[in-house]
Design a protein around this ligand. Structure first.
Ligand SMILES: Cc1ncc(COP(=O)(O)O)c(C=O)c1O
Length: 414
């Protein structure tokens, strides 16, 4: 079998199907095999010694050196294939590391880059698990966390400028579940002016990799819950970190080996098979969501539909237009009747299911205040605008007219 080399640079949707995998290494199989081994046989004692020296960072591999695999907690063929194939999907990325959940990716980034005495400035709200990580792991370790409401650019500038020993600026945009956007470029510029040169990290789960490209705006790291759109079928957990800085990813892989939270071979294989369709799925989900969001405006039970194409705040509109290609598949309804209305609505749905998570081909709905964000303190809940009447919808690939009817029926039941 000839090794086929493409003599020109291909676009991301082609690259995801053509790089990172050599069929000759999987007995000619057109798609990757699953390599479940926990340990790998060395070519020689010398190559074992060399593989360990490289893994421990004592020496660097040569440009096209074929380093022996060691042990699956460090890396394995399916992780290598997935990490290579996901890179072209994230504009500006040069390397990726995969983890066994989004939280594994986020906690590995924060634990390996932050320590006692350092500060983290972050937007509010962040995903409840991330907030829990700040409160129950980082703060007791001596890391100072400073929250700023998403969308308040001046407050974020001020928090970055005045934080001492600033290591990380952590952004989640659009914010979950309020969809408030954070100006990524402005945060990068504020971080560049700080003497500690903090790293800007963006959780790109909601709009990436199809519609938002933080690395191209100068951020250091992008993190994902791969459980969501990257996978798209609500049948596995995964996390991914991407960067333009290959050494930073090597460092994170080192922490991953210590924490033992690499994505397992079967899950790598599954996620790898979902990548070629992520842009197709996200486009369809965004089109569906936009039609539904616009169709729900003005319903008597709805105070506001929180959705990027319906923004009215001029600053939010500017941020959206500058950094997002399309509005995406998530919207939040602010219901007039508070918690009781939200629960009646959730009980009345027939097609959308009452479940947390998002980004799957099936549509889901949930009540953030009592579920995904219940870990936030009452004050943070207020500051973030997570009120009793909010219901978050993750729109799937069903026919949008059936979804709109189901949602309207649920609203009418209130
Ligand atoms: C924006 C965001 N980031 C991170 C996570 C955590 O991901 P995982 O559940 O894969 O650990 C979630 C989960 O819902 C999320 O919505």
């Amino acid at each position: 079998m000839n090794k086929r080399v493409i003599p020109y640079v291909v676009r991301p949707t082609t690259a995801v199907l053509t790089r990172g995998f050599d069929p000759r290494l999987s007995v000619g199989s057109a798609r990757p095999a699953v390599f479940r081994s926990s340990t790998y046989v060395f070519n020689s004692p010398e190559s074992a010694e060399r593989a360990f020296a490289i893994a421990l960072g004592k020496v660097r591999p040569a440009a096209d050196e074929n380093v022996d695999l060691i042990y699956s907690r460090l890396s394995h063929p399916n992780a290598e294939i997935l990490e290579d194939q996901i890179v072209p999907l994230e504009k500006g990325a040069k390397a990726a590391a995969v983890f066994n959940s989004g939280m594994a990716a986020i906690s590995t980034v924060l634990l390996s880059l932050c320590g006692p005495g350092w500060s983290v400035v972050h937007t509010i709200p962040v995903y409840g698990g991330t907030q829990h990580l700040f409160d129950t792991l980082l703060r007791p370790l001596g890391v100072r966390t400073i929250g700023v409401p998403a969308g308040d650019g001046a407050a974020l500038d001020a928090a970055i400028a005045t934080a001492g020993n600033l290591r990380i600026v952590y952004l989640e945009t659009p914010a979950n579940p309020t969809l408030r956007m954070v100006d990524i470029r402005r945060a990068v510029e504020a971080a560049r002016r700080h003497p500690d040169a903090p790293l800007v990290v963006v959780d790109n789960t909601f709009l990436g990799p199809a519609f938002q490209h933080p690395l191209a705006l100068g951020v250091a790291l992008v993190v994902y819950s791969g459980t969501k759109y990257l996978n798209g079928f609500s049948d596995m957990l995964a996390g991914v970190v991407l960067s333009a800085d290959e050494e930073m990813i090597t460092h994170l892989r080192g922490t991953r080996a210590i924490l033992g939270n690499i994505l397992q071979p079967d899950e790598c294989w599954l996620l790898d098979s979902r990548l070629p369709t992520v842009t197709l799925r996200m486009n369809r989900q965004s089109k569906n969501a936009q039609r539904i969001a616009e169709g729900l405006q003005g319903h008597p039970a709805v105070r506001r539909v929180l959705y990027p194409s319906l923004f009215t705040d001029p600053e939010q509109i500017n941020i959206r237009d500058a950094q997002c290609d399309f509005p995406g598949g998530i919207m939040t309804l602010d219901l007039k009747g508070g918690k009781m209305a939200a629960f009646t609505f959730l009980r009345s749905l027939r097609i959308l299911r009452d479940a947390v998570s998002l980004g799957g081909v099936e549509s889901l709905a949930c009540h953030p205040r009592t579920t995904t964000h219940s870990e936030l303190s009452p004050e943070d809940m207020e500051r973030a605008g997570i009120t009793d009447g909010l219901v978050r919808l993750s729109i799937g690939v069903e026919d949008w007219r059936d979804l709109l009817r189901d949602i309207r029926d649920g609203l009418d039941a209130i």
